[in-house]
Write a protein that binds this ligand. Structure first.
Ligand code: ARG
Length: 465
């Protein structure tokens, strides 16, 4: 016990007269989750040491020793040989302690002009920058898969729904491009968040800055940050960039969840619009006929935990006085789980979307039920001079008769149709077809196959963003 205490006590040493209990040690430690920041922690330390040496705060020999030690530590971590100690609390102290073991006093000089408060804030930002770049790539992959699926289905017609009731015919390509729009805004949001992530807190030290003649801009350049954080208190205490990231992540998952909900409905045997490749589904242990859409269902479920992480971080922040408080250590698990959940979900969805098998006959059959072209009939009458409200009323009467007779508008004879309005002529039957209906919505943002083809070109161009 005493020897373990001695090991740990090197971080704050003589001030303490008794060791913390094992329970408190476990309670306060973060090493078993923050060690995923090891590589960025080393990267940050090397940039700091390089600056200390350039500013003649440490010697070039010390800097060389730190470089050597860190290279060794990095390879120990990569090969799984590095021994993470709970006694050393977190990733920062574990690495610093090992550095001192390897290179002696040079290791002890690394922390000059720095605190774990600005160190950890820097690490999180570096970690998040990498995560955001990966997320943006996976979002692009998902968008690309959905665009490909849209391209195969520019002319595939299905019913569009409002209130879960058949509304108007649309093309499946158009429906897929709706998600492409969402995921493209999600990409923009992530890249915008990256701008605020990419600022350097290091140099703020514990909270007030440091008495050493540091060069923060040099460190920012070395680490690829766009600029430094301009207030030392703010630099160590706010996690708004992480909250913003979690909000963007929650929106992505919300889009994924809505898409999942549709995939689940479409795959239900009663609807049968699509099939999802077997490798994304599972069977039932009791009902042999089942093929369950587990991946979309889980994604819908996991959206709850990502939304929860956003609330966790907001709540973590709201009561903290400036500057750093240990509360902030609790930012990591929600953040890391958000990153993991999001990356896995996006990767799986990009793969799954590419393999969605569309069943055009089932879609078409559904679009032929529910008077999907009633609006087209009303629009036709308007184009012949009837005010829209009157046209709406005339068509409502026609639909009422069809419901009673159990037939479609297009099943009525011309004479029958004309009883609802004398403006109806023989050209109405083309208007009432599904193809006529979608082709007529021929403007930017409309569902006409020609528009979907142009939208695909635009969406592909935007993939570079
Ligand atoms: N593990 C800590 C964290 O994640 C590092 C900063 C500790 N700073 C302190 N003053 N105790 O926030």
């Amino acid at each position: 016990m005493t020897s373990q205490f001695n090991k740990k006590s090197e971080a704050w040493s003589a001030r303490f007269s008794e060791p913390v209990s094992d329970l408190v040690k476990r309670y306060t430690a973060s090493v078993f989750f923050d060690n995923r920041m090891a590589t960025v922690d080393i990267q940050g330390s090397l940039a700091h040491a390089e600056m200390l040496s350039a500013q003649k705060i440490i010697s070039t020999e010390d800097y060389a020793a730190i470089q050597r030690g860190m290279a060794q530590i990095q390879s120990e971590i990569e090969s799984g040989q590095f021994e993470w100690l709970l006694d050393l609390e977190d990733v920062h102290l574990n690495i610093e302690k090992r550095l001192t073991e390897l290179v002696g006093d040079a290791g002890k000089r690394l922390h000059t002009g720095r605190s774990r408060n600005d160190q950890v804030a820097t690490d999180i930002r570096l970690y998040m920058r990498n995560a955001i770049d990966q997320i943006a790539d996976f979002l692009r992959a998902l968008r690309s898969a959905l665009i490909d699926l849209a391209e195969k289905n520019t002319d595939t017609i299905l019913p569009g729904f409002t209130h879960m009731q058949v509304a108007q015919p649309i093309t499946f390509g158009h429906h897929m491009l709706a998600y492409v729009e969402m995921f493209s805004r999600d990409t923009e949001r992530m890249l915008d968040c990256r701008k605020r992530v990419n600022r350097l807190p290091l140099g703020a030290a514990a909270l007030a800055g440091t008495t050493f003649p540091i060069d923060r801009e040099r460190v920012a350049r070395t680490l690829g940050f766009d600029e430094v954080c301009y207030n030392s208190l703010d630099a160590v205490s706010d996690r708004d960039f992480a909250i913003e990231f979690c909000a963007a992540a929650a929106l992505i998952m919300t889009h994924i969840s809505r898409m999942s909900e549709e995939l689940i409905i479409w795959m239900s045997p009663r609807v049968g619009f699509i099939d999802i490749a077997d490798r994304f589904c599972t069977g039932s242990s009791i009902m042999p006929q089942k093929k369950n859409p587990d991946v979309p269902e889980l994604a819908r479920g996991k959206t709850g935990r990502v939304n929860g992480h956003l609330i966790a971080l907001l709540t973590l922040m709201k009561g903290q006085p400036l500057a750093y408080n240990k509360d902030n250590q609790e930012d990591k698990e929600p953040l890391f789980d958000t990153v993991d959940t999001l990356i896995d979900t996006l990767r799986i969805f990009a793969d799954m979307a590419g393999g969605i098998q569309v069943k055009p006959e089932a879609m078409r059959a559904a679009a032929l039920q529910g008077y999907a072209t009633a609006t087209d009939l009303a629009d036709y009458l308007v184009k012949k001079g009837l005010p829209f409200r009157d046209a709406h009323e005339a068509v409502a009467h026609a639909v009422k008769t069809c419901v009673e007779k159990g037939c479609d508008l297009s099943d009525m004879s011309l004479e029958e149709l004309q009883t609802y309005s004398p403006l109806i002529a023989g050209d109405i039957f083309q208007v009432l077809t599904l193809e006529g209906s979608v082709a007529a919505r021929n403007h930017i943002g409309g569902t006409a196959p020609d528009q979907v083809r142009s939208a695909i070109v635009r969406a592909r161009q935007k993939l570079t963003l």
